[in-house]
Design a protein around this ligand. Structure first.
Ligand SMILES: Nc1ncnc2c1ncn2[C@@H]1O[C@H](COP(=O)(O)OP(=O)(O)OP(=O)(O)O)[C@@H](O)[C@H]1O
Ligand SMILES: [Mg+2]
Length: 241
């Protein structure tokens, strides 16, 4: 049990909830409603990973790379060296090539999907990244349309990431921001782990919470943990701490 190698997210509450971190070479889904903080959370994890000496790649389908970096720097104003880590290629933020392929070559979607997978591999190899974010896979879902094709493609994507040997965090949109409306899509069963982020209506404000729904090969917290986004990064309020 204790001899599995774990990748620390560097976010104390999440590492606590995962009993030390994400088992190496796991493929983890980060799911949440619009504005839950999926992009910022995954960027925060890659920043921590890179700061601790492991190269990382952030592949963005939803936003332009420059926008991802600008937003992260604005929100995490107290985190030093974001620009330096990017300049030194400790973190690569990329993805426009794939996004363009989707829009311009969408006539044969399976062909485009194959191209995206090889683009991803090229980006990952370019700085020998060991931890990867794909933000988000929702576009792939739209592109592939048919649920069976989407399921098969996700299976192919996840097994490619396993073959490359990276630990990855893939984000996807929840249709609702509320926990009570959580529905499991068939592709959720493909991933090794799932972290869900919710925004609930409280009296005067929204309350942000997260939970680990599953993590193969590891014990994990069953608690629903409140979180906040601070200039120093994500803060998770866990009962285990
Ligand atoms: N400085 C900050 N302090 C606190 N919260 C912030 C700060 N900056 C951004 N946020 C919150 O983070 C949210 C955006 O986070 P992010 O872009 O990661 O969400 P997302 O889940 O990726 O959304 P989408 O589904 O639209 O891609 C904002 O809506 C805001 O609530
Ligand atoms: Mg996002």
């Amino acid at each position: 049990m204790s001899d599995i190698v774990r990748v620390k997210t560097g976010i104390p509450g999440i590492d606590t909830m995962l009993c030390g971190g994400v088992p190496e070479q796991s493929q983890m889904l980060i799911t949440g409603g619009p504005g839950a903080g999926k992009t910022l959370l995954t960027f925060n994890i890659l920043y921590n990973v890179a700061k601790a000496g492991t190269n990382a790649a952030f592949i963005t389908f939803d936003e332009q790379p420059a926008a991802v970096i600008r937003n992260a720097k604005q929100t995490f104003s107290a985190l030093p060296d974001i620009d330096a880590l990017i300049a030194d290629k400790k973190i690569i933020v990329d993805g426009t090539a794939s996004a363009l392929r989707i829009t311009t070559e969408a006539t044969d979607t399976m062909y485009s999907f194959g191209n995206i997978v090889s683009d991803l591999e090229g980006i990952i190899k370019s700085n020998d990244a060991k931890v990867v974010v794909i933000d988000s896979i929702s576009l792939l879902k739209l592109m592939l349309g048919n649920p069976f094709m989407y399921y098969k493609s996700m299976l192919a994507l996840v097994s490619n990431l396993k073959r490359i040997g990276v630990t990855s965090f893939l984000t996807t949109e929840l249709q609702s921001t509320e926990r009570k409306n959580l529905r499991f899509s068939p592709e959720y069963f493909i991933f090794d782990g799932i972290l869900a982020m919710y925004q609930s209506e409280a009296e005067e404000r929204r309350v942000l919470t997260m939970e680990i729904i599953k993590m193969r090969g590891s014990d994990h917290s069953l608690a629903l943990a409140p979180y906040e986004i601070t200039p120093q990064g994500f803060r998770i309020f866990t009962v285990e701490q």
